[in-house]
Design a protein around this ligand. Structure first.
Ligand code: SF4
Length: 322
C-alpha cells in the first residue's frame, strides 16, 4: 500500500470556534491506483490533501491520526524531511496552474529546474528532458513552447505544463485538486486522458479531488464520497455508480448532468453545515429525507458490504434497537 489515512482529523482554530474540517477519515491508495475524493465545496476534500502534504499553518491547525506514506507516518517526520518528500515523492496539481507556475520565468526553464534539482542534471540534459516532457503532455511545437512564459499559453496548455512539471520528479503519488474544473469541457477530456495515460506509464498513485462525478467516472478506480468532514461512502467506481447506498451519494448522482437527457436535474436542497457547527450526529441529517431520530443523536458507524462501505443508519442494526 502506498498511502493510508487512519482516522485523520484536521481541526482549525478560528474566531468562531474549532472548525472540524476533516473529522476522522480513513482511506488508502495503492501504487498505480486512482482514488477519487468527491464532494461539494466545504466537504473537507482539499483540506485532506493539504494535511497530507504538510502545507497547513502549524499555529492554527491541530492534526491527529496517522498518514502513512510508503511505510512512514508523515505527521511524525521532521519538516525538512517532509519538504523533500513533497519535492521528490509527492507532487500536486491545483485547479489554477498560475498559483504554481512562476509568471516571470519561461515554462521550459521551470520544468528543467525540476530535473536539475531532483536528478542533478546539467543544464543541457535538463533542457532536453524538459522538451521531451512537453512533447509527452502532447503540446505541439515543444521546442518553441519551452521559451514561452505562462501568460502566453492557453489555460489547457498551462495545465499540461503543470502535469509535466508534477511528473518530472517521477513521484510515487500525484495529488490533483480539481485539475480540470477551470477548463472547457472538450479540453477537460483531453487533460483527463493524458493524466490517466501518464499515471499508467509512471505507475503513480493518484489522489483525484473533485466535485464532479462525471470526472470521477472517467478517471477513478475507487471513490471516497466526502460530506462535511467525513467519508460517508467508499466503493470501487463501477460498484458506486451501479449501486449507490448513501442518500448523499444518490443525491449527487441525480444532480449529475447526463448528456442528451431532458430530465430535470434534482439538486440536494440545503447547504453543507459549517465545520464549526458539526455535531456528534450524522452531518447530513438536516438535508436527508430519510432522517430518523437516531440520525440526529449519534454518528453512524461504517458498515462494510463486501468492500462497499457506507456510514448511514438506514443500513445499521442499531436503528432497530432505538
Ligand atoms: Fe440520512 Fe440518517 Fe443515513 Fe444520515 S444516517 S444519511 S440522516 S438516513
Amino acid at each position: 500500500m502506498l498511502l493510508e489515512f487512519k482516522n485523520v482529523k484536521t481541526y482549525f482554530k478560528t474566531e468562531a470556534g474549532i472548525a472540524k474540517s476533516v473529522d476522522g477519515i480513513s482511506f488508502s491508495i495503492d501504487k498505480g491506483q486512482t482514488v477519487a475524493i468527491v464532494g461539494e465545496s466545504g466537504s473537507g476534500k482539499s483540506v485532506t490533501a493539504l494535511s497530507l502534504i504538510g502545507l497547513l499553518s502549524e499555529k492554527d491547525t491541530i492534526i491527529s491520526g496517522e498518514i502513512i506514506f510508503d511505510g512512514e507516518d508523515l505527521l511524525k517526520i521532521p519538516k525538512e524531511e517532509m519538504r523533500k518528500k513533497r519535492g521528490n515523492d509527492i507532487s500536486m496539481i491545483f485547479q489554477e496552474p498560475m498559483t504554481s507556475l512562476n509568471p516571470a520565468l519561461k515554462v521550459g526553464y521551470q520544468i528543467s529546474e525540476v530535473f536539475r534539482n531532483h536528478f542533478n542534471m546539467d543544464k543541457k540534459t535538463a533542457k532536453e528532458k524538459s522538451i521531451e516532457m512537453i512533447k509527452k503532455v502532447e503540446i505541439p511545437d515543444a521546442e518553441n513552447i519551452y521559451n514561452n512564459y505562462p501568460h502566453e499559453l492557453s489555460g489547457g496548455m498551462r495545465q499540461r505544463i503543470m502535469i509535466a512539471m508534477a511528473l518530472s520528479s517521477n513521484p510515487k503519488l500525484l495529488i490533483a485538486d480539481e485539475p480540470t474544473t477551470a477548463l472547457d469541457v472538450t479540453i477537460q477530456a483531453g487533460v483527463l486522458r493524458l493524466m490517466e495515460d501518464l499515471k499508467k506509464e509512471y505507475n503513480t498513485g493518484l489522489m483525484f479531488i473533485t466535485h464532479d462525478l462525471s470526472v470521477v467516472a472517467e478517471i477513478a478506480d475507487y471513490v471516497n464520497v466526502m460530506y462535511a468532514g467525513k467519508i460517508v461512502e467508499k466503493a470501487d467506481v463501477k460498484e458506486l455508480f451501479k449501486n449507490p447506498l448513501h442518500p448523499y451519494t444518490k443525491g449527487l448522482l441525480k444532480s449529475r448532468p447526463i448528456i442528451g437527457s431532458k430530465e430535470r436535474l434534482s439538486e440536494i436542497e440545503g447547504q453543507v453545515p459549517s465545520p464549526v457547527d458539526f455535531k456528534d450526529n450524522c452531518h447530513f441529517c438536516d438535508r436527508c429525507k430519510y432522517a430518523m431520530d437516531i440520525c440526529r443523536k449519534k454518528i453512524p458507524e461504517e458498515i462494510d458490504f463486501n468492500g462497499h462501505k457506507v456510514s448511514c443508519f438506514l443500513y445499521s442494526k442499531e436503528r432497530e434497537n432505538e
